[in-house]
Design a protein around this ligand. Structure first.
Ligand code: PMP
Length: 434
């Protein structure tokens, strides 16, 4: 469809005042409202949202909206006061976690949560080095950018952060040890190499940062025991393990805590960090750690720990309402059921569209690898871009991860209607590429 003069003017207005910031699609959408799994543009067109992982409980969920409004009307303030909701929310969030994960620090974003967790780990370990997976993204602060090779690995090596070493991704479809029965041992051995490489540069690891959803890594599924093995190696080197639940958490992967479903033993986790869906779109980030570590940090290098908006009562009310919705609507179970339906539908499409090389994921996180040749498993990078464009022509928003991989992250509230709409659009789009 041609871009209207009005739409062109909106883009120009935006660029004039915000700079040339990233937006979706050559012709960006002008979205004015959203509900459940759908977003609506100014002209009333409905788009099925399979991209947006922030409103995980559904856009503008009425229970969460009401909780925000009620709290904003009653009291909107920070953690300096004895507001019940802040401590109640922290207690509820941690109630089913192992004993050592008993304390919450509230901040405003996933980046801040990871930044603070790294600062604490550095302070307690006395180490400055870090381990992450290739291609990872963990935030936009100065510190978390170092833990986000996605942001710097295209730069010349001289500009890569010296204190960070990347581990190869444990890819069981297209990686060097794919299909090998001993893949967990082979892939995790890269942590030994990485720790040695850090040591040669004079660093010891303070942290291993893991997004167990593997969202920036092509939504791959690592071999069993991989995460535990790399966590053990980090601990043996005196570092801490951060389970970054910004993408994985709150039922996304068919378990409340994503890292647990991904097979990382909670006893091996020193920090959980949360963001994005934790308040369904209201700004909130969380660091969960042990009270003992918290005490050491506050008593040690960092006597004052305070964030003005972190843990404000409205954000906590939103977070609390998210937990209500997950329980009442049985969203963890639903994530498994609907996610399985989605993968089954896609695997059926793979029978007639040879472009689909692999369909993977857990719960409502689906990765699709598109390949030019199934035997060679060569990523179909260009076709991936085309498919995203074809899908939006059919009113479905999807995202990509690494070249050749699609990342599907719908709201957990999807039902059969949404799955059918999605599969139909995918079928039609693949026909156009066929
Ligand atoms: N961790 C992961 C795994 C993420 O995907 C992101 C954001 N894409 C972040 C951290 C940073 O979160 P935020 O944008 O809220 O700062």
């Amino acid at each position: 469809q041609p871009f209207s003069n009005h739409q062109e003017a909106l883009v120009q207005h935006r660029e004039q005042h915000l700079g040339k910031i990233w937006h979706f699609y050559d012709q960006p959408l002008h979205i004015t409202r959203a509900q459940g799994g759908w977003m609506y543009s100014a002209d009333g067109t409905a788009y099925l949202d399979a991209y947006n992982n922030v409103p995980q409980m559904g856009h503008c969920h009425p229970h969460i909206v009401k909780a925000i409004a009620r709290q904003a009307e009653a009291l909107n303030t920070n953690t300096r006061y004895m507001c019940d909701i802040v401590a109640d929310y922290a207690a509820r969030l941690t109630k089913d976690l192992p004993e050592h994960l008993d304390t919450c620090i509230f901040v405003n974003s996933g980046s801040e949560a990871n930044d603070l967790a790294v600062q604490i780990a550095q302070s307690l370990s006395g180490h400055q080095g870090g381990l992450v997976l290739d291609n990872a993204y963990h935030g936009c602060t100065e510190l978390t950018t170092k833990y986000s090779p996605e942001s710097w690995q295209h730069l010349p090596e001289a500009l890569h952060p010296k204190q960070i070493e990347c581990l190869i991704e444990p890819d069981m479809y297209n990686g060097p040890y794919a299909d090998r029965p001993e893949a967990a041992a082979l892939y995790s051995a890269d942590a030994d190499r990485a720790i040695d490489a850090l040591a040669r540069r004079g660093f010891k690891p303070a942290v291993l940062m893991l997004d167990t959803a593997m969202c920036a890594h092509g939504v791959i599924t690592p071999p069993d025991s991989y995460f535990d093995r790399v966590a053990d190696k980090t601990h043996a080197a005196g570092g801490y393990v951060i389970a970054d639940e910004v993408q994985a958490g709150l039922g996304r992967m068919g378990t409340f805590w994503g890292f647990m479903g991904a097979g990382l033993n909670p006893e091996k986790v020193d920090f959980i960090t949360m963001g994005k869906p934790v308040a369904n779109g209201h700004p909130l980030g969380v660091v969960i750690l042990s009270s003992e570590m918290m005490k050491q940090f506050i008593g040690g290098t960092h006597p004052l720990l305070f964030s003005t908006f972190g843990g404000n009562t409205v954000a906590c009310a939103a977070g609390m309402a998210v937990l209500d919705v997950i329980e009442r609507e049985k969203l963890v179970q639903k994530s498994n059921d609907i996610g399985d339906q989605l993968r089954a539908g896609l695997r059926q499409l793979a029978e007639k569209h040879s472009l689909i090389g692999d369909v993977r994921g857990r719960g409502m996180l689906v990765g699709i690898e598109l390949v030019n040749c199934r035997k060679e498993r060569t990523p179909a990078a260009e076709e991936t871009e085309q498919l995203i464009k074809e899908m939006i022509q059919r009113n479905v928003m999807i995202g990509k991860s690494l070249p050749g991989t699609l990342k599907i992250r719908p709201s957990l509230g999807w039902g059969k209607e949404e799955v059918d709409f999605f599969i139909n659009a995918m079928d039609e789009s693949l026909k156009m590429l066929g």
